[in-house]
Ligand binder design. Structure first.
Ligand code: CA
Length: 238
């Protein structure tokens, strides 16, 4: 079960006030080859951030001394270190706030350890470099998006997307395995004034899915774009 190659020595700062949860996650990450720093509140988290500069931060948002958002804003002023937020079920607004403040992604309590590891790997990989290859082609399974040529191919055959559909798909494919908030997509495509127009996205994403499905008779890309209710969309990990 244990795979020490997983962590390859990356340091994860675990910010969590619940002692037993923190200890359990720490034990598990250490068993998978990660180095671990622990903080029980926001003040300790910022001290650990200043002195240790972890490779990734696992951040519980409900802390006893301050809002977890404060930690996100402080870290983001100084670095692009991946931040994975841990939130309780039903806290969609909080999750969105955290993502818009600069968090990379979230897991919802109670989360499974495999899910946690998958999210951490995605975060660390994102930090290691961009998703596109040097010639700007984003790939995920049998789909290929060529940024410069404005072309999308499914199993080698081009599909026709409108400019908006293309930009939405490019944004999503650029962050494999990570959630992209609806606000971020809307602002990127239509600008600040449209940040609340969620129904636009729903329509466009449905169109994109339909066009991909039409070119994908074996359904290999059926699970490519996953909706994260009230938060945004995520493409599966490439
Ligand atoms: Ca807590």
């Amino acid at each position: 079960m244990t795979d020490r190659r997983d962590g390859t020595g990356a340091t994860v700062l675990i910010v969590e006030d619940d002692v037993s949860t923190r200890a359990e996650v720490a034990r598990n990450l250490v068993a998978h080859g990660y180095r671990v720093e622990e903080a029980a509140n926001a003040a300790e988290a910022l001290r650990a951030w200043d002195s240790r500069r972890p490779d990734l931060i696992l951040l519980d948002l409900g802390l006893p001394d301050a809002d977890g958002l404060l930690v996100i804003r402080r870290v983001r002023r100084e670095a692009t270190t991946p931040i994975l937020v841990v939130s309780a079920r039903g806290e969609e607004r909080t999750k969105v706030e955290a993502l818009e403040a600069g968090a990379d992604d979230y897991v919802t309590k109670p989360f499974g350890i495999p899910e946690l590891h998958a999210r951490i790997r995605v975060g660390l990989r994102r930090a290691a470099g961009p998703a596109a290859d040097p010639v700007g082609i984003l790939r995920n399974g049998t789909i290929e998006l060529n940024v410069a040529a404005h072309e999308v191919r499914v199993a080698g055959k081009p599909i026709a997307l409108t400019p908006h559909e293309f930009r939405i798909l490019a944004l999503l494919l650029g962050y494999p395995g990570r959630v992209v908030t609806r606000g971020r997509l809307l602002r990127a495509i239509w600008g600040e004034a449209y940040a609340g127009e969620d129904h636009y996205l729903h329509v466009y994403v449905s169109q994109i899915r339909r066009k991909i499905a039409a070119a994908d008779p074996d359904g290999e890309l059926r699970d490519l774009i996953v909706a994260e209710p009230s938060v945004g969309y995520r493409v599966r990990n490439a």
